[in-house]
Design a protein around this ligand. Structure first.
Ligand SMILES: NC(=O)c1ccc[n+]([C@@H]2O[C@H](COP(=O)([O-])OP(=O)(O)OC[C@H]3O[C@@H](n4cnc5c(N)ncnc54)[C@H](OP(=O)(O)O)[C@@H]3O)[C@@H](O)[C@H]2O)c1
Length: 344
């Protein structure tokens, strides 16, 4: 292995050193399961892309949803180091304040603001947007990062299945309410954190949208991640030539709190098994945030594309279906009761 001057520093950075160790283990495993090589690669077990941008974001305003933990917290930390004013849009203010304090310890000059946002409630999304627009006159990057996975069956306050409510509809409404400001501040970016899991979903299930006939938490999650990509593609099409870039991404398989509902949805102890036996295969939150940072910072990023491991990635055939994207857009406009002024 050749390590050049610039890269050599990571040897002393445990998180990157850890990824090299995992690379060796993954290669050994990949030799045994040749056909699965591609999956290892896409999950980030072999490749571990890094955002090398040195861009500063002084004077820029960024919103990161779900930034009290996991990928979102590291994203907020990195963007704070670059001088951005970061709004931590979180549902649990106590946890968010702790995360804010932790970031401040590491970045004393951080310009952070915690604001309440519960994406599973359309009312909360509207209140957040109203408060944000009353306090800020610019927004340069919106990072739709928050998410739930393998949630037990539950309807949101507004009557939608919890994954689609939180991961898609909340972010859909938030984006469209903030879009006039993003357009005013162009060049600006909208980054939707999706997942490789979208490949397991092939339909929006409009005939049983809330899974009332039969529920699968894997189905609920993967459908919401397919919705993230369909939304991004249709948004990018509608925003062509406006200077607002919209992209989606897969962060890799990352060791975060995301599988917290595993034990409730599958079997007791499933969460413990996943985190305690699987951690060595996963990216750290710092590694998992790299593709988000790449999408936020790199000049080469193109609207309408999907990124994986800090490079353009490939998505399922269904996610590229323009009719499916248009249909989801139109239904989402209706469901979130979007006013005419905000429609594009
Ligand atoms: N980790 C992975 O392997 C992986 C793989 C593919 C894609 N992703 C995607 O990456 C994104 C970040 O996930 P993560 O791994 O960092 O998970 P995480 O550690 O569980 O973080 C998720 C964040 O979303 C917040 N959130 C959940 N429901 C919310 C709601 N109703 N309103 C506002 N915020 C809410 C959580 O807040 P609380 O702490 O209050 O619950 C938390 O801050 C998600 O979109 C996920 O689908 C992750």
């Amino acid at each position: 292995m050749i390590i050049s001057g610039n890269d050599a520093g990571f040897l002393w950075d445990f998180e990157w050193w850890g990824s090299r160790e995992r690379l060796v283990l993954s290669l050994v495993r990949a030799c045994c399961h040749n056909k699965k090589l591609i999956y290892f690669q896409e999950m980030g077990w072999i490749t571990n892309g890094k955002c090398h941008s040195t861009k500063r974001l002084d004077g820029k305003v960024v919103i990161v949803t779900g930034s009290n933990t996991g990928i979102g917290k590291y994203t907020a930390l990195d963007l704070s180091r670059r001088g951005a004013e970061v709004i931590m849009a979180c549902r649990n203010l106590e946890k968010a304040k702790e995360a804010e304090a932790d970031i401040r310890k590491r970045v004393p000059e951080a310009k952070l603001k915690v604001m309440h946002l519960d994406l599973s409630s359309l009312e909360s999304v509207r209140t957040f947007s109203k408060d944000f627009l009353a306090s800020y006159d610019s927004l340069h990057i919106l990072i739709n990062n928050a998410g739930v996975m393998f949630h037990p069956w539950e309807l949101s306050k507004d009557g939608f299945e919890m994954h689609i409510a939180t991961n898609h509809l909340g972010h859909f409404l938030l984006t469209l309410l903030l879009l006039p400001l993003l357009r005013k501040c162009a060049p600006s970016r909208i980054i939707n954190v999706s997942s490789i899991g979208h490949r397991l979903s092939s339909s929006m299930r409009y005939d049983d949208f809330n899974y009332e006939r039969s529920y699968s938490s894997i189905g609920g999650y993967t459908r919401s991640k397919l919705a993230n990509i369909l939304f991004t593609n249709e948004l990018a099409r509608r925003l062509k030539d406006t200077g607002v870039t919209a992209v989606s991404l897969h962060p890799g398989i990352v060791n975060t709190e995301l599988p917290r509902h595993l034990s409730d949805s599958f079997f007791p102890g499933a969460y413990w098994l996943y985190t305690n036996l699987g951690w060595w295969l996963m990216k750290t939150p710092k590694q998992g945030a790299q593709t988000t940072l790449y999408c936020a910072l790199e000049d080469s990023v193109e609207s309408g594309l999907y990124y994986d491991d800090c490079a353009v990635g490939t998505t399922s055939a269904k996610s590229k279906d323009p009719n499916m994207a248009k249909e989801l857009w139109e239904k989402s406009v209706e469901w979130v009761k979007l006013e005419k002024d905000y429609q594009i």
